[in-house]
Design a protein around this ligand. Structure first.
Ligand code: URA
Length: 231
C-alpha cells in the first residue's frame, strides 16, 4: 500500500471536495431562490396591469401558478368566469378535465407551471351571465410581456400551447392547430413548444365516441409532453 505521505494530492483533504460540492449546491439553491423571488415580483407587478383594456371589466389579473423550477409550462387562452373570480388559472370545468388527464398520464400538476396567454377575463355580459369572448391579436401581443417574463425566469424544458391563442402568443404568429397538433415548434425565444388543443374543446364535443377519441389524442399529446420533461 502506498504510504499516505507519498500519495499524489496528499495535501488535498477529501473534505475540500465535499465542501466545494456543498458550495455549488448552495449556489444553485440561492439562484433558485432569486428566480422564485423575481417571479413573485413579476406576479406582483402584473396585478396593476393596464397594458390593454381588458383590465377595465375583469375582476383581477389571473397570473400563472406553479414553481419557478417547473420543467413544463402549460399555456391556456385566458381565465374563465371562475378563474376571474378566484384569481387562479384552470380551476373551472376545463381545468378539472385537464387535471384528470394529467393525473392519468402521471404528470403532477403541482410540479408544473400553468398560465394563460392573456391574463384578464374577456367576456360579453348576457343577462346575469358573462360569456367568454376570444382575445384579439393586440391583446395577445400586449400580454406577451408577462408570458415572456414567466418563460425567461422558469426556462422550462417544454412549453405547451393549449389551443390557438396560446400557440399564437408563444410563436408570435397564427398556428393552424389541426396541422401542427402533437408537433414541437420553437417559441420566439427558442423554447420548444408542443402544440395541442385546448381542454375546453374536449368539453364541447357532443358525440360520446368522438369525445373519447379526442380525449385519447389529448392523452397522447400529454405523454409526449412528459417525454420532453427532463427533470
Ligand atoms: N381556459 C383557459 O384557457 N384558461 C383558464 O385558466 C381557464 C379556462
Amino acid at each position: 500500500m502506498t504510504p499516505i505521505a507519498s500519495r499524489p494530492f496528499r495535501n488535498i483533504s477529501p473534505f475540500s471536495c465535499l465542501s466545494r460540492q456543498r458550495e455549488s449546491v448552495m449556489a444553485v439553491k440561492s439562484a433558485e431562490k432569486a428566480i422564485a423571488a423575481s417571479l413573485d415580483a413579476v406576479r406582483e407587478d402584473a396585478r396593476d396591469c393596464t397594458r390593454c383594456d381588458l383590465y377595465r371589466n375583469a375582476t383581477q389579473t389571473v397570473f400563472g401558478e406553479g414553481g419557478s423550477d417547473a420543467r413544463v409550462v402549460f399555456v391556456g387562452e385566458q381565465p374563465g368566469d371562475k378563474e376571474d373570480l378566484e384569481g387562479r388559472p384552470f380551476i373551472g370545468p376545463a381545468g378539472r378535465l385537464f387535471d384528470s388527464i394529467l393525473e392519468e398520464v402521471g404528470i403532477d400538476r403541482t410540479k408544473t407551471y400553468v398560465t394563460n396567454a392573456v391574463k384578464h377575463f374577456k367576456f360579453e355580459p348576457r343577462g346575469k351571465r358573462r360569456i367568454h369572448s376570444k382575445p384579439n391579436a393586440g391583446e395577445i401581443r400586449a400580454c406577451r410581456w408577462w408570458l415572456d417574463h414567466e418563460l425567461a425566469l422558469i426556462r422550462p424544458d417544454v412549453a405547451v400551447a393549449l389551443g390557438a391563442t396560446a400557440a399564437r402568443a408563444l410563436t408570435g404568429k397564427p398556428v393552424p392547430i389541426t396541422k401542427f397538433r402533437g408537433t414541437i415548434v420553437q417559441s420566439e425565444e427558442g423554447v420548444p413548444v408542443l402544440i395541442t388543443v385546448h381542454p375546453s374543446y374536449l368539453l364541447r364535443i357532443p358525440d360520446p365516441m368522438d369525445k373519447e377519441t379526442e380525449r385519447r389524442r389529448f392523452l397522447e399529446d400529454m405523454r409526449k409532453v412528459k417525454a420532453h420533461m427532463k427533470g
